[in-house]
Design a protein around this ligand. Structure first.
Ligand code: SIN
Ligand code: NI
Length: 255
């Protein structure tokens, strides 16, 4: 594994970038890891995906949740100093890890990830600054399944969980979103986006011969409490509703 990127990307994040994140609910950051790191983590992600239990969401994608718990290389990526420091800088509040996941769209999966917000799926209270990084571990042009965002809607905290497989779901819940501008963000390997947990987003289908390999890491406010609703990460933990989401699964990051 190559030495980690030397430059501290958090020092290069300008106030303008922070303001854009606050306004739009997402921002692109190129070169969060180097090209060499991206190539090595792509191999690590493919090996970890083959060796570990996965959750397949229809034809949409295969996800490997909390891969940092079982794979040393992916753990290094999840806690990469650029990842945690830039997330902390953009969120502007103390953060803890919620979970990570390798997200693979198979070649020719022909199925987009439809528009949704992430936070309605999560069993959280008191989390107002949830932030996810989505790192491209291969080049991800639109036709391989890059992300598209609807800027400025991360203040909508009143919507129920949308259906990832239904292109109408988001717009039936929030018709005024339908005619807003959308921003599609093709990424080179090593580039990433950060998005707020309520920023509406989707990802295209993969119509290429290569798998689309991405790694997502999700952070939430350090003060987040457990709401008591079902979720794959918290179900085995026997937590009480109202408890702070702490413990070894949810470490504080980027202090
Ligand atoms: C995807 O990678 O297809 C979707 C990721 C996301 O919804 O955050
Ligand atoms: Ni999402």
């Amino acid at each position: 594994m190559a030495a980690q990127t030397q430059s501290n990307r958090a020092n290069e994040i300008s106030q303008q970038t922070i303001d854009a994140y606050r306004r739009d609910g997402f921002v692109r950051v190129n070169g969060i890891i180097s090209k060499q790191e991206a190539a090595e983590y792509r191999q690590a992600a493919i090996a970890a995906a083959a060796a570990n239990k996965s959750n397949t969401v229809g034809d949409i994608f295969t996800q490997h949740v909390n891969i940092w718990r079982v794979d040393e290389a992916m753990r290094r990526l999840t806690f990469h100093p650029n990842v945690t420091a830039v997330a902390r800088k953009l969120a502007e509040v103390p953060l803890r890890l919620w979970h990570d996941q390798i997200l693979i769209k198979k070649p020719h999966n022909n199925t987009p990830t439809e528009f949704h917000q992430d936070q309605p799926y999560w069993p959280h209270n008191n989390s107002t600054h949830p932030i996810s990084i989505w790192i491209a571990l291969c080049d991800v042009p639109p036709e391989r399944g890059c992300m598209t965002f609807i800027p400025g809607f991360h203040n909508r905290n009143d919507l129920a969980a949308q259906d990832l497989g239904d292109a109408r779901s988001m717009f039936e819940m929030c018709p005024e979103m339908q005619w807003e501008s959308r921003v599609t963000v093709p990424l080179r390997a090593g580039d990433c986006t950060f998005h707020h947990g309520r920023c509406p987003h989707q990802a295209n289908a993969n119509s290429t011969d290569e798998p689309r390999v991405a790694h997502a890491v999700i952070f939430v406010d350090a003060s987040t409490t457990y709401s008591g609703t079902k979720h794959i990460v918290t179900d085995p933990l026997g937590m009480k509703a109202g408890a702070v989401l702490d413990g070894e699964l949810f470490p504080i990051v980027g202090e």
